[in-house]
Design a protein around this ligand. Structure first.
Ligand code: F6P
Length: 535
């Protein structure tokens, strides 16, 4: 019912040009939110006062405020795994107790952070050396949430990176680890095996390969390994001494885990203080999300824009377009965060969802994307809501003119999407170029931009550790709010299981040790091809 009403409201304004909304001079401010030094502008969407009120009501009826409190206070809201969801506790640096099953988890969290920082600082200073001297390179082996967060964050915080070089190996494709280890000195390399479960086949395969590589030149390879996992037993079985194992609890989901020990490689890169600043940024977003009214709440508004576009207007994808080269892994990070969290077809109670699940999330940094896929965004037949983000200031004062161009491009794209270019304007342009008659008409039609295409823009002062923490936490809470409104559990990921099971059964088949009998015709034929063409 609410979905029918929402769709009807979106249909009712579909033909309206958003530019008309700007006849109200207050629109930009009325449909922007300033919080924590950032500005989130959603005025270039077709959401008007009535639509916003309706969306807020949808959030209220879904009990977003109550559910938000349940999450922060440690209720087992992950109801298919019977777990609390408390990544927020990992950045609750100076907050109060957080209770899980009657026990305050904060002393353990803060101790864990101190331990992690001592180790990170020892690696950075050389107090924890490799067998050939001070650690020069760190290789983080992990996948999904055990890779994307620290990989994205290390790139994002490059201006603060004063520790050893950090490399990230995720893919089971041997090319990844081979290319990464080539040129590294095993005697000065630290390998971090990051896996919540310590069973993930890609990670364990890469970890064993790294150990074999290390053992060729280093007498005690395990001594240059550290592990991050919830399973201390399995890390011990792998041979990693417990003083280099950094554990965390099952109430931290993989894709929400970069705030704790999974962020160890990032902490080694930028140091404990910068890492804590990153946590503080996230904590400030937590406090904002938890205390601000729905109307003045950045994650809630970002979520409601998403609900409007996806479930209301029926736009199946959204593009995340950071005009920030150092955020070039953010779209990949958000793909996991959003699609693994809200790509669900069954509601909390087991019933089939009566509305589309979360959208396809994709993107690339600007301005590169402009020269690749923006053509479709501007002139394709499908509407793709765009989420632009840009810093007011870069980190390269000597290259300020680059940053001016970057911002100008970012703002120009959202303006072009809004405004478009009419057929009359295109005709005039072609006439000025000397075209006439049918050819003028034909050429002009190719140069029309329909415009009226929605986008939001997040502007932040500079990509500092604090701001990165704010941005990532903003998106985490956005996912939470969308999940609550859809009535799904955003914190499990059963959809990744079947492929894992089938890969396990296909392993011996592809190795030529078992028959493909029982597999479908296509799979059998593909296995045949592979077996014939393998050396
Ligand atoms: O397969 C999905 C997944 O479980 C993700 O949710 C997780 O981030 C990733 O695999 C890695 O898992 P682990 O940290 O247990 O190796």
């Amino acid at each position: 019912m609410i979905w029918d009403d929402l769709k009807a409201a979106a249909d009712a304004v579909e033909g309206r040009h958003m530019l008309a909304l700007f006849e109200d001079e207050t629109r930009a401010d009325a449909f922007s939110l300033d919080a924590l030094g950032m500005r989130f502008d959603y005025s270039k969407t077709n959401i008007d006062v009535a639509a916003r009120a309706m969306l807020i009501e949808i959030a209220r009826e879904a009990r977003v405020e109550a559910k938000r409190e349940e999450m922060f206070s440690g209720a087992a809201i992950n109801n298919t795994e019977d777990r609390a969801v408390l990544h927020t506790a990992l950045r609750n640096l100076d907050g109060g107790p957080v209770m899980v099953d009657g026990v305050d988890v904060m002393p353990g969290v803060l101790d864990g952070l101190d331990r992690m920082q001592s180790f990170a600082e020892a690696v950075r200073s050389g107090a924890f050396p490799g067998q050939g001297g001070k650690i020069t390179d760190v290789v983080n082996i992990g996948i999904g949430g055990s890779d994307l967060g620290p990989a994205m964050g290390t790139l994002a915080l490059a201006p603060y990176h004063d520790g050893p070089r950090c490399h990230f190996v995720s893919n089971v494709d041997g090319a990844h680890i081979a290319d990464t280890l080539r040129g590294l000195d095993p005697a000065t390399t630290l390998v971090i095996v990051a896996s919540k479960t310590f069973t993930t086949i890609e990670t364990m395969t890469n970890a064993r390969t790294a150990k074999a590589w290390m053992s060729e030149t280093v007498s005690d390879p395990a001594a240059q390994f550290a592990a991050v996992s919830t399973s201390l037993e399995k890390t011990g079985d792998f041979g990693i001494a417990s003083n280099r194992v950094f554990g965390f609890e099952d109430w931290v989901g993989g894709r929400y885990s970069m705030w704790g020990p999974i962020g160890l490689s990032l902490m080694i890169a930028v140091g404990g203080e910068a890492f804590r600043a990153f946590l503080r940024g996230a904590q400030s977003m937590d406090l904002h999300f938890r205390s601000a009214s729905l109307e003045e709440n950045m994650p809630v508004l970002l979520a409601l824009v998403g609900i409007w576009h996806n479930q209301g207007c029926g736009y199946a994808t959204r593009a995340v377009l950071p005009y920030d080269q150092r955020l070039s892994r953010l779209p990949a990070y958000l793909q996991q965060l959003e699609m693994e969290s809200n790509g669900k077809r069954v509601a909390m109670d087991g019933s089939t969802l009566d509305v589309d699940s979360g959208p396809v999330v994709w993107g690339e940094p600007g301005t590169n994307g402009q020269h690749a896929f923006y053509q479709l965004i501007h002139q394709g037949t499908r509407v793709i809501p765009c989420e632009f983000m840009v810093a007011a200031e870069g980190h390269e004062p000597d290259l300020a003119h680059h940053h001016t161009l970057l911002i100008a491009n970012c703002l120009a794209q959202s303006e072009a999407l809004l405004r478009g270019r009419s057929l009359d304007e295109a005709r005039k342009m072609m006439a000025d170029k000397g075209f006439t008659g049918d050819e003028l008409e034909r050429q002009a039609r190719h140069r029309v931009f329909p415009g009226n295409r929605p986008s939001t823009t997040l502007v932040y002062p500079q990509l500092t550790p604090e701001v990165l923490g704010q941005i990532v936490a903003l998106y985490e809470h956005r996912v939470f709010v969308e999940g609550v409104i859809l009535g799904i559990n955003s914190f499990d990921q059963w959809g990744v299981e079947l492929g894992k099971e089938l890969a396990t059964s296909l392993g011996p088949v592809v190795a030529g040790e078992a028959s493909a009998e029982g597999k479908d015709g296509s799979t059998r034929a593909l296995v045949d091809y592979v077996l014939k063409h393998r050396g």
